[in-house]
Design a protein around this ligand. Structure first.
Ligand SMILES: [Fe+2]
Length: 381
């Protein structure tokens, strides 16, 4: 979860919509100033052939599209946390100097990761961190195995068994990433702090999921407003192991290529109300199942979402979801419930397909080269 006025995310989604959308979302290209005269020669070229590598580079630079992992890390990645709960000087997390020192240490270690080499540092978790992990472990594991959508529950149980996830040892993001890679070609990338919205969503196009390695503070074991390793392990990893959900996340990333802020924000709102904070209706029966990562990883949030004490609204038209209505701090005052998972995936796939269709180019991610390849430029500017 992220709470801020700025456009940033970590393992979550955030955006501030600036306009209302109609029933059809218009594609808004993020057009940067022309970088140099070299681009000029592309104007007027026909679009029948596949662009050369140089043409792809020029086009990508013109529209802020990262083609490689090197390009991806150059996307404005870091954002402040102004407006977040950590700004509150009375917050026990801020007042715990040793915790803040340790957290800085872990963030620094995470920042050493080299994406190209797939190096993910191992963390030696201290006793306090293991205690926090252990204090919620049984509850989270027991409930995550049965309260989520069936497809997610199954993956969670397999992941726990395969990685030998236990209460006395914090799982390593390196092991989790290797497991994701073996199962479906995804990787986790440790991040040193909050990412911009654009940076976060673009990682999905590269089949990478930004993840935190630090542990929440002991006072927030049952509920934490920020993502931490508990959130990313229990909230998102098992979802990414469901092939259809992983494919949707990837499509979400591809839809982000070249998108301007307005589109980024609308995409982030859709993802927030579903895979971050959403419930979904059970198939062929009454009641709800967990869908969003925040509900899996926060004991208090999950109990509240399912006990009927807080209003649950239907997800509704994806174009009408407004990020400005998201509650940034504290337990949510209402939740959105989507149709059952299969139906939701069909709706979201169609929504992202519509965005991708309107992109003035065609592109895909090459797993082997780990880069975006622009296969066709449909329109020049
Ligand atoms: Fe998240």
């Amino acid at each position: 979860m992220i709470r801020t006025n700025a456009r940033f995310v970590n393992s979550c989604f955030l955006g501030l919509p600036q306009q209302q959308y109609g029933s059809k979302l218009n594609y808004h290209l993020n057009k940067e100033p022309a970088p140099n005269q070299a681009f000029e020669y592309l104007k007027g070229e026909t679009s029948h052939k596949q662009p050369t590598f140089q043409e792809q580079q020029l086009f990508a630079r013109r529209f802020g599209i990262p083609l490689t992992l090197d390009d991806l890390v150059k996307v404005n990645e870091t954002a402040g946390i102004e407006g977040g709960e950590l700004e509150n000087s009375e917050n026990p997390v801020i007042l715990d100097k040793e915790y803040m020192r340790r957290r800085s240490e872990l963030l620094e270690i995470s920042a050493t990761q080299d994406m190209g080499k797939d190096y993910i540092p191992l963390i030696e978790y201290n006793r306090e961190e293991v205690n926090v992990w252990g204090s919620v472990f049984k509850d989270v594991v027991d409930q995550c195995s049965i309260l989520g959508a069936q497809e997610i529950n199954q993956q969670f149980v397999s992941m726990k068994k395969e990685l030998r996830i236990v209460d006395s040892k914090v799982v390593q993001i390196r092991d989790l990433s290797n497991y994701l890679r073996q199962q479906g070609g995804w990787r986790m990338r440790p991040v040193s702090g909050f990412l911009t919205l654009k940076s976060f969503l673009l990682h999905l196009a590269f089949k990478m999921y930004p993840a935190t390695q630090y542990m929440r503070h002991q006072t927030g074991a049952q509920y934490n407003f920020e993502p931490d390793i508990l959130h990313d392990v229990f909230g998102h990893a098992s979802s990414l192991l469901v092939p259809e959900i992983a494919a949707l996340h990837h499509k979400c990333g591809l839809a982000t290529l070249g998108a301007n802020d307005e589109l980024l924000e609308q995409i982030s709102a859709v993802m927030w109300y579903t895979f971050e904070m959403g419930l979904c209706r059970k198939e062929n029966s009454e009641g709800f199942e967990l869908l969003g990562g925040s509900l899996f990883s926060s004991v208090k949030e999950r109990i509240q979402a399912l006990n009927g004490s807080v209003h649950v609204k239907p997800l509704g038209d994806l174009n009408q979801l407004k990020y400005s209505e998201i509650q940034y701090s504290g337990l949510q005052k209402e939740y959105r419930a989507s149709p059952p998972l299969k139906e939701l995936l069909a709706i979201m796939n169609e929504w992202f397909d519509d965005i991708i269709e309107k992109q003035p180019f065609e592109a895909h991610f090459c797993d082997l080269q780990r880069r975006i390849i622009i296969t066709k430029i449909k329109q020049y500017w």
